[in-house]
Design a protein around this ligand. Structure first.
Ligand code: FAD
Length: 160
């Protein structure tokens, strides 16, 4: 099977968009990621998947911590910025959650310490144990990603 077929099939799975943040020696590094999922309630575990070529891989190995910032529909530029799709480097201000850098105005921020890690093919799966969560008040809508493009949620489907 060719890579394009695999990518096209995976692109049929609609996701939210996160930026993973971490800090090493006082320097914050961020990376856009949609390979994120909730793993366990007790203990509270989440999973992220980081490609072997991403600088983020070594950063998390060093810091042993990361935060997941779930982006709102108004944060498409931030997603592009942390995916390396905007070339000019922009200065970002970060807030803090349990000491970790987080992105302001996300719809949720989750701080984690690395609980386990597994190399699988060309990615490393990091299991994070949740240390803290910041859930801002209000009903922010998520940024979504489907078939290689950013989307907005269309409507609530009435199931009654
Ligand atoms: P770089 O490419 O160096 O950094 C990424 C960008 O963030 C650069 O432009 C950098 O200047 C900027 N940046 C970093 N830190 C800061 C800071 N402190 N202040 C300001 N700017 C900063 N890859 C995966 O491995 N797993 C995934 O799940 C995944 N999902 C993705 C989902 C989407 C929707 C997209 C668009 C991309 C996804 N990627 C994923 C690809 C990944 O985001 C890119 O390959 C990214 O460039 C890899 O980042 P890096 O750690 O190598 O660092």
């Amino acid at each position: 099977m060719d890579d394009r077929t695999f990518r096209n099939a995976m692109g049929k799975f609609a996701t939210g968009v996160t930026v993973i943040t971490t800090e090493v020696d006082g320097e914050v590094h961020g990376m856009t990621a949609n390979a994120f999922l909730s793993v366990s309630l007790n203990p509270k575990l989440v999973l992220i998947s980081i490609g072997e070529k991403a600088k983020m891989l070594d950063k998390i190995k060093q810091s042993k911590t990361f935060a997941v910032n779930i982006l709102s529909e108004n944060q498409q530029e931030i997603s592009k910025m942390f995916a390396g799709q905007i070339k000019e480097k922009q200065e970002m201000e970060f807030e803090r959650l349990s000491g970790l850098p987080i992105i302001k105005d996300s719809i949720a921020n989750i701080s984690c310490q690395v609980y386990n890690q597994h190399i699988e093919g060309d990615h490393t799966l990091f299991i994070g144990e949740v240390m803290d969560i910041f859930l801002p008040e209000g009903e922010g809508e998520p940024l979504t990603f489907y078939q290689g493009q950013y989307r907005e949620l269309a409507k609530v489907v009435d199931i009654t």
